[in-house]
Structures are given as structure tokens and as C-alpha cells.
Design a protein around this ligand. Structure first.
Ligand code: HEC
Length: 489
């Protein structure tokens, strides 16, 4: 499906709903029309004004960015799925930087109280965004989406294959799961299980994205690069929910029983099928990234990353609270070259007490975790050979640096990678300062891969539309796919 087709789809849907269609989406559109930008409504009946306001509240008011890439047709939606939401992109970014830091950042030091910090970051992200993870419904805080994640990349190296966002929840296709990655009961399926995710960003991040996309036809990559005074401000929070289509068939995963389930329009499997169908997906993980001034300084990253793993056995009536804290990291422990990994399937969480910049929170609620390389932080959906920050230090536009060192994939094997701990390997375990590019021939996207993907998508689509190419592609090394390591099929 083309982007143009989807825009028409969204419009048709908005019209249908404003003309009396029911369903979840109708109850979501609560944002008041903006009097500044609305044309003057004179000589109208109150019914006309009311319906115009409803229509306006569903419209992008000229933002020009499609809401999603892949969706059932409007007719199928109306016939079969009208009790499901339709994803709408929220990119009405603030023009002024927020004045007040999120209270948890001021109140809690992540080094002395990491667990308290992570739980507070979770509560801050949940506040007003539950249960639908829809920032339009949030009455207490301003959260946003990252634009331009809707298209799939194309070409022989396209990653993920048949990617882009779907239209119920805005989930972006992300990564495959390896067999046994989540546990002994996950043998896998033909073509592989997939992980899909949806990220919300707070008002601090939104301010920076607003500057990047101030001219929607010419985004400015300098906005997240320190050499131009750029970077996400202190107080930036990203919160991302990760879902998977596992387990299916004979596979069983005790942690994913009693699931938090959404319907999503996803490919039948990760690698080989471009056919999308409406499929149940289960909440697996939540990732958080915080730009915290306490993490600044020589040899530091400026960022605090944390993660949670879903455990249905916790059986909290609010299923979001079945997310159990896994750990927090604010650096890659660049000097620790010990080469160990916890193979798949993980049967116990092995805490490495030597790490100074990762803290893991073992508990009886925590499902056994493989974690990352040598016990650094990584979540259930991630590689056991890397770490959150090891990957995110390479976020850049255009993307010319592999996200993982040679040898990191395929992961999960019985022994650690032969390359683990070499000088070359350790380049991926540096502490790169915030907003600083791993390769200074490219712009830093300040630890954000979604920003890197959005710029890549925008410039690719624009080059095709303008029927031309960019000089920068001739002076840089070849681009690499923004892939969490290409695993074997
Ligand atoms: C091997 C690479 C890799 C690892 C390891 C990894 N990530 Fe990511 N992460 C990505 C990519 C690629 C994206 C963007 C893809 C997407 O969401 O579609 C991303 C997106 C995110 C986002 C959304 C914001 C953004 O634009 O980057 C957050 C937050 C995040 N990751 C946190 C984490 C945390 C926390 C961990 C560790 C528990 C982690 N990541 C491990 C590659 C990685």
C-alpha cells in the first residue's frame, strides 16, 4: 500500500466516524480544536459547528505525515474491527522547552537508588497514558510520537523486511526472536516470531523533535548533534512497549500466560512473509531511556536506560504492573573485557557483581533473564551479546556504523563469541557522550534509533519523489541497515 492510499484511508475513516460511526476511536478524540489555526466559523448552526469540531479533532491539521503504513481496509475495519482503536500520530510538538524537570529525576539519584528511579520513571510514563497508550487521551501530561516511522525500507538489505508501522496501535516492526530466546518452551516457528514496539516521548523530547521537524519538508539532523549545540535536553524521557506474536502452536511460555494482549496488523512471520494479518500480540517488555544530568561527565554517556520484563504470574489486576523491573544501566563498563554470556534458553538470571554501571534487580517475580554481554543490561527481546547502551551509542544519520560488533550475531549460543573482549569488540562498549556521533562523518541522533530511522525514511522517500540522489551518499561509507544484528534465518 502506498502512503497516499493510507492518507485517504485515514480521511475516509475520520469522515465515517464524524458521521456517527461508533467505536473506540470515537471516544479517543478528545483534544479541543486549536482556535489559533482553525478558520473562523460563522453563520453555522451549532450542529454544524459541533460536527466540524469532531472532524477537526481527528485531523492532522496539515501536519502532512501519514499516521501509519499498513492497515486493513476501511471496509474491513468497519465490518470486523470497529471496537479496536485506529492509531493517530501525535506530533503537535511544544515550541518552548518545558520549565520543570520530571519530579522523579530531581528527587531520585539513579546511582544510589536505581530501583526506585526505574519504578518512578515507569509511573511517570504510565501517568495519563494508560490503559490505551494513547497520548491524545492523556489529561495530565504531554506525550508525543516520532513521525516518519510508517514506511518500510526497501531493497535487498531492507531491515526489517516488510517493516514500518501498523494502523491499530502504531506498532513498528522491530526484530526477530531467536528460538529459545524467551525460554525452553519457545521452539520458534517457520520464518520466526517478531517483536513490534510503540514508543512515546515526553515534552522535553517533543521540544527537540519540534525543532528537528519545524519545516516538515526539510528536517534538520543537526538538532540532535552536539557540534551544532544540539541534543535532547535533560529531562527527556522515552518509554517504549514491546509486543510479540510468541507463543503460538505447541510453544508455551509461562511468563506470557495471562497476557496483556493487543490486536495488531502484522506480518505472518519475521523474515519471509510480506502478508499482514490481524494477530494477537502479547506485551513482553518495556524500555525506558532518560536524559539525566547526573549521568553527564568525562567518560560518561548522559543517559540512563532501564528495562522491565512481563510476568503474567504476578497477576496484578492492572496488567501493566505485571512488568517486573530487570535493571538499569548508565554506562558500558568500558574497562571490563571479561567474555561471558548466558546462553538461550535462560534458566537463571546471572548477576555480574563486578559491573559498576549496570544494576540488575533479581527477584522471585523476575523471569530468568539472559541479560546482555557479561551481564550488562539487555531485555528479553535483546541480544545476549550486547547491551542497551552498546547498541544505542551507534545511533546516527545516515547510518554507516553497524549496531553490533562482528561476532555478536547469531546470539544465544552455548559459548560466548570468539571476538568478545577484543579491542575491536570493545569499541561497541565505549561510553560515548550524549549527542556525539560514533562516526564523526555522520550526525548523532543522540542515542535515538527511531530518530535515525525517521530521517532515513524521510530522505529516502523524498529522494524517490524528487527523482534524484544526495551527494552525501558518495562521500560516506556505504549505509548499513539499522538492524539489531542480522540473525540467521
Ligand atoms: C542491538 C541493538 C539494540 C539493543 C541491544 C537495544 N536497542 Fe533499543 N532500539 C534499537 C533500535 C534499532 C531501536 C529503534 C527501532 C524501533 O523502535 O523501531 C530502538 C529503540 C529504542 C527506544 C525508543 C527510542 C529510540 O528512538 O531509540 C528505547 C527507549 C530503547 N530502544 C531502549 C532500549 C533499552 C532500555 C535497551 C536494553 C534493555 C535497548 N534499547 C537495547 C536497538 C537496540
Amino acid at each position: 500500500m502506498t502512503a497516499a492510499r493510507h492518507r485517504n484511508t485515514a480521511r475516509a475513516l475520520a469522515l465515517a466516524l464524524s458521521m456517527g460511526g461508533a467505536g473506540h476511536a470515537a471516544s479517543c478524540a478528545r483534544s479541543a480544536p486549536d482556535p489559533q489555526s482553525a478558520p473562523a466559523l460563522t453563520g453555522l448552526t451549532s450542529a454544524q459547528m459541533a460536527s466540524a469540531n469532531v472532524l477537526d479533532a481527528r485531523n492532522q491539521k496539515g501536519s502532512g505525515v501519514p499516521d501509519f503504513g499498513f492497515m486493513v481496509t476501511p471496509a474491513e475495519y468497519a465490518a470486523t474491527y470497529s471496537d479496536e482503536p485506529v492509531f493517530r500520530l501525535k506530533i503537535d510538538f511544544p515550541k518552548v522547552k518545558p520549565a520543570q524537570l520530571p519530579a522523579f529525576i530531581e528527587r531520585i539519584d539513579f546511582k544510589t537508588n536505581p530501583l526506585e528511579y526505574l519504578l518512578a520513571a515507569r509511573d511517570y510514563s504510565f501517568d495519563g497514558n494508560l490503559p490505551h497508550w494513547n497520548p491524545f487521551e492523556n489529561q495530565t501530561a504531554q506525550w508525543y510520537h516520532i513521525p516518519w516511522l510508517h514506511p518500510t525500507t526497501t531493497g535487498p538489505n531492507a531491515y526489517p523486511p516488510n517493516g514500518g508501522t501498523e494502523g491499530f496501535r502504531g506498532l513498528i516492526k522491530e526484530a526477530p526472536l531467536s528460538p529459545l530466546q524467551l525460554g525452553a518452551g519457545q521452539q520458534g516457528k517457520e520464518g520466526g516470531y517478531s517483536v513490534y514496539a510503540i514508543t512515546l516521548v515526553n515534552d522535553f523530547a517533543g521540544y527537540t523533535l519540534g525543532r528537528m521537524w519545524a519545516d516538515p519538508d526539510n528536517p534538520d539532523p543537526r538538532v540532535t548533534d552536539i557540534r551544532y549545540g544540539g541534543g535532547f535536553p535533560h529531562g527527556t524521557v522515552f518509554a517504549k512497549l514491546l509486543f510479540t506474536d510468541a507463543p503460538q502452536g505447541q510453544d508455551e511460555l509461562p511468563w506470557l500466560e495471562n497476557p496483556l494482549q493487543w490486536k495488531a496488523y502484522i506480518t505472518e512471520n519475521f523474515w519471509t512473509s510480506s502478508t499482514r494479518q490481524v494477530t494477537a500480540v502479547n506485551l513482553l517488555q518495556m524500555d525506558i531511556a532518560v536524559r539525566d544530568a547526573r549521568a553527564d561527565g568525562p567518560g560518561q554517556t548522559g543517559w540512563v536506560f532501564g528495562t522491565f520484563a512481563y510476568n503474567g504470574q504476578v497477576n496484578n489486576p492492572n496488567k501493566f504492573l505485571n512488568l517486573v523491573p530487570v535493571g538499569v544501566m548508565w554506562g558500558n563498563d568500558p574497562d571490563d573485557t571479561t567474555n561471558t554470556t548466558n546462553p538461550f534458553p535462560p534458566t537463571e538470571t546471572k548477576v555480574n557483581p563486578n559491573l559498576k554501571e549496570t544494576v540488575i534487580f533479581p527477584s522471585k517475580e523476575l523471569p530468568p533473564q539472559h541479560l546482555g554481554w557479561n551481564g550488562r543490561l539487555n531485555g528479553p527481546a535483546d541480544l545476549n551479546t550486547t547491551s542497551c547502551l552498546s547498541c544505542h551509542i551507534t545511533a546516527q544519520y545516515p547510518s554507516v556504523t553497524s549496531l553490533v560488533p562482528v561476532g555478536a550475531v547469531p546470539d544465544g549460543g552455548p559459548t560466548p563469541p570468539a571476538q568478545g573482549g577484543s579491542a575491536e569488540w570493545m569499541r561497541w562498549f565505549q561510553n560515548v557522550p550524549a549527542a556525539t556521533s560514533f562516526d564523526d562523518r555522520t550526525y548523532s541522533t543522540d542515542y535515538s534509533f527511531q530518530v535515525a530511522i525517521s530521517l532515513q525514511n524521510f530522505f529516502d522517500v523524498n529522494a524517490a519523489r524528487l527523482q534524484g540522489a544526495w551527494a552525501i551518499d558518495y562521500v560516506l561509507p556505504p549505509r548499513v541497515p539499522i538492524a539489531r544484528g542480522r540473525k540467521e534465518r
